[in-house]
Design a protein around this ligand. Structure first.
Ligand SMILES: [Zn+2]
Length: 494
């Protein structure tokens, strides 16, 4: 039997999985706890996105979307985030969590940055984690000498190659950069640890200069070259072109680092992999300089759609929420409501037509299965946009059985009240219960459905109730069952 056809593990109203976006009691939910108006739902079947996936990447022999490595830089790039201050115990906690999640590398702040940074680097190297430990240094022999003494598995060397940086930052020309790079690379390699050479601000560097220095360092045996969009200026197409060109010049691995100033950090990472890059830099929640880099969770969302088996087989996705909460608390930020996977509304469905389809088959409006990340799907029942299928589902959760016509009538009352004021899930439940009670008592008046209504609200609701034309509404519901082509002809829109 196809396991994906089994009913989903029951998600009860309390949520068996994580409560999206509500860590610290406030994250992503504007100070309110949980999902008012929403409830976790049990749906008929799991999404089938791994069976026939229209989002599967186009086959390309250079593409690494099915085989990539993560260099997790929360403890390097993330330390450059405005709010970040990680003491050693916090660094160890984060490093262990990332290691448990399954990242391939953990990158640490340069030991040349401060004495404590050097000590922290040594301590994390002693933890014996599965992930390889890297540190990130300037292309300078003084930094290289300190780095190789810390016990790291590899050193990431970086130097600015854009005209801006050559002129206004370090003031060195390409000849000097190349000679220093060769000296540092040979020194690090002599200690039998991995070495990556990266330019900084690669997309505003001279292409001939870039390819020339990468070709040189590739020949002397670096493990990886790095492309860094330090200022976040690159577009996915520019990334694809540069990485594809570089792939033809070097035989070593290609690491990429994308800042998110223009919102392209995840798309750029994906395009880099498509073009043949092998490693992607991430940080938890994307924290870093300015508005940060490719977020770990966002990259997971992108990649699970491309190759679910690879991502699920390699990373403990259900730990993502805990890691994000850990880092969010450490740097004192809230997880945004629209965060990938873990945001308050990431798996919440509200419009009636969406809710109906989700209840039948979640794949209709979800390309990511929240259960893959230990998250819970929510349906919003308490709004003017709700539909009778959602109300029927909620009534069934409350163990209330009515006819379809009665569910529809009850839904109209809920919508009428939701037109007057915002209503909560408790309000919806009260109306459903009161509606059923009225039915049993043979009452038709619905203005008394809620005990806590003001006189003014009662009056408006009574007026609206009189305007409700149920037969007409039913015709609309019937129209919703008509195939799409016919619907278009009849002017029914979703
Ligand atoms: Zn950066």
């Amino acid at each position: 039997m196809c396991p994906s056809c089994e009913p989903e593990a029951a998600a009860n109203a309390n949520g068996n999985g994580h409560t999206n976006g509500t860590s610290n009691g406030t994250n992503g939910s504007n100070g309110t706890n949980g999902h008012p108006g929403f409830t976790a739902v049990q749906t008929k079947s799991n999404p089938h996105q791994h069976r026939s996936n229209p989002y599967q990447p186009v086959g390309d022999f250079l593409s690494n979307v099915n085989n990539f490595k993560i260099i997790e830089s929360t403890l390097r790039e993330g330390e450059q985030f405005a709010n970040a201050f990680f003491d050693l115990p916090k660094k160890i906690e984060i490093a262990k969590a990332l290691d448990d999640f399954g990242v391939d590398y953990i990158e640490l702040t340069s030991p040349a940055a401060s004495e404590q940074s050097r000590l922290d680097c040594e301590e994390i190297c002693k933890l014996g984690l599965k992930a390889k430990i890297l540190t990130h240094i300037r292309c300078h022999m003084d930094d290289a000498r300190i780095a190789v003494q810390t016990g790291v598995d590899g050193v990431d060397v970086v130097i600015g190659t854009s005209s801006y940086l050559m002129e206004h930052s370090h003031g060195k020309d390409m000849t000097y950069i190349t000679n220093t790079a060769i000296e540092v690379i040979n020194y690090v390699k002599s200690h039998n640890i991995e070495i990556r050479f990266s330019s900084e601000d690669s997309f505003r560097s001279n292409l001939v200069d870039l390819l020339s220095i990468y070709s040189t360092v590739d020949k002397i045996g670096v493990n990886r070259v790095g492309i860094a969009d330090t200022v976040g200026c690159a577009s996915p197409r520019q990334v694809y072109d540069l990485i594809r060109t570089l792939r033809g010049v070097v035989s070593c691995d290609i690491e990429t680092h994308f800042h998110n100033d223009t919102g392209c950090a995840i798309a750029n990472a994906y395009c880099a992999l498509e073009a043949g890059a092998t490693h992607i830099d991430t940080s938890v929640l994307g924290i870093g300089e300015r508005n940060g880099i490719t977020p770990l969770g966002g990259l997971m969302a992108r990649m699970i759609v491309a190759d679910r088996d690879y991502v699920i087989g390699k990373y403990k996705l259900h730990k993502l929420k805990d890691i994000e909460d850990l880092v969010a608390q450490a740097v004192e930020v809230n997880i945004p409501f629209n965060n990938y996977i873990t945001g308050y509304s990431a798996f919440s469905h509200k419009a009636g037509i969406h809710a109906k389809a989700i209840l039948n088959n979640p794949s209709t409006y979800e390309i990511i299965n929240p259960a893959d990340f230990g998250m819970t799907r929510y349906i919003h029942y308490a709004s003017r946009l709700t539909g009778w299928n959602a109300i029927k589902s909620r009534a069934n959760q409350l163990q209330i059985e009515m006819t379809d016509a009665q569910y529809k009538e009850c839904t109209e009352s809920i919508k009428a009240l939701a037109d007057i004021r915002p209503i909560t899930l408790d309000d919806t439940d009260s109306i459903i219960r009161a509606f059923q009670r009225n039915l049993k008592l043979g009452k038709t008046k619905t203005a008394d459905l809620l005990p806590n209504m003001t006189d003014e609200e009662q009056a408006v609701l009574a007026k609206k109730e009189r305007q409700i034309d149920i037969p007409e509404k039913r015709e609309l519901d019937i129209a919703a069952e008509i195939p799409l082509a016919k619907k278009a002809n009849q002017g029914v829109t979703a």
